[in-house]
Design a protein. Structure first.
Length: 205
């Protein structure tokens, strides 16, 4: 046991919290001590929520968003415009676009972007399932809403090449998002305007 910790149990708990992204050991210690001050029932409810999430969460078989059912609430909502699909990198981006209240179509979550440096290729992403969705018909426009990074642009171009001969309009969000920015960190007004003012994607954007 590290001598600065009075308890092995405390040290183990801090070490587990410190594994979370953006959480250092000092923050982990504050979180653990906060939980220790709570009622046992509150802590058990916290732990059970995490366990239940991991055990029971599903991924929508249509768009790959997190869901409680086989088809998520967005895909199963008859008031959404099924003719337009917004392609995003991850689930956080779905939440970011939804927060703008400017998009009323459906989504397709890739699960990342092409990044050879990180060992992520097209086959590691949900690109073929997107091609299949388009091939099945009914989709008139694909909005590429990936982060304006080199990896995002590479992924945009790859998708463009896969879909360019299909009867579907391809557009990309306007560059109201600064180059290099992650989509989830854009403010709602800027992101909303970028969705509304999207432009055709030609493969050279």
């Amino acid at each position: 046991m590290n001598e600065q910790y009075p308890s092995v149990l405390l040290e183990k708990a801090v070490s587990e919290f410190a594994k979370l992204p953006g959480i250092g050991r000092k923050t982990a210690m504050r979180l653990v001590l906060h939980l220790l001050r709570q009622d046992r029932s509150a802590v058990e409810a916290f732990g059970q929520a995490i366990v239940t999430l991991k055990r029971e969460v599903k991924y929508c078989k249509v768009c790959h968003n997190i869901s409680d059912t086989d088809v998520c609430r967005i895909c199963s909502n008859p008031q959404r415009d099924a003719s337009i699909v917004c392609v995003v990198e991850n689930i956080r981006d779905v939440m970011a676009v939804e927060a703008t209240q400017q998009f009323h179509g459906l989504y397709h979550v890739l699960g990342g972007v092409i990044s050879p440096m990180d060992g992520i290729g097209p086959g590691d992403l949900q690109i073929e399932s997107l091609v299949k969705r388009v091939a099945e018909g009914g989709i008139q426009e694909i909005v590429l809403a990936l982060s304006t990074t080199m990896e995002g642009d590479t992924t945009n171009f790859y998708i463009y090449r896969k879909l360019e001969k299909m009867n579907v309009k391809l557009s990309v969000i306007a560059r109201g998002i600064s180059v290099g920015d992650e989509l989830e960190y854009a403010d709602e007004v800027t992101l909303g305007r970028s969705i509304v003012n999207r432009i055709p994607f030609t493969g050279t954007n």
